[in-house]
Design a protein around this ligand. Sequence first.
Ligand SMILES: [Zn+2]
Length: 77
Amino acid sequence: MPTYEYLCKACGDDFEVRRSITAKARTEACPHCRSRKTSQKLSGGRRVPRGRSSNGAGSGGGCGGCSKSSCAGCGRH
Ligand SMILES: [Zn+2]
């Protein structure tokens, strides 16, 4: 019987629940605080961190030579 990891969002504790693989996923109550604000952890899940879009240089649409967001006022073009 596989074990499923749960994380309690109320107290931050994590616990394991054993249940049949054929059983439907359901909300398990936290054994510590009895809260049902728990979420199942994905076992072996590869949680890919969301890459923030690289928005370093060139942000704002300026030409780089001016600090304004538009090159209309920098007079270099
Ligand atoms: Zn809890």
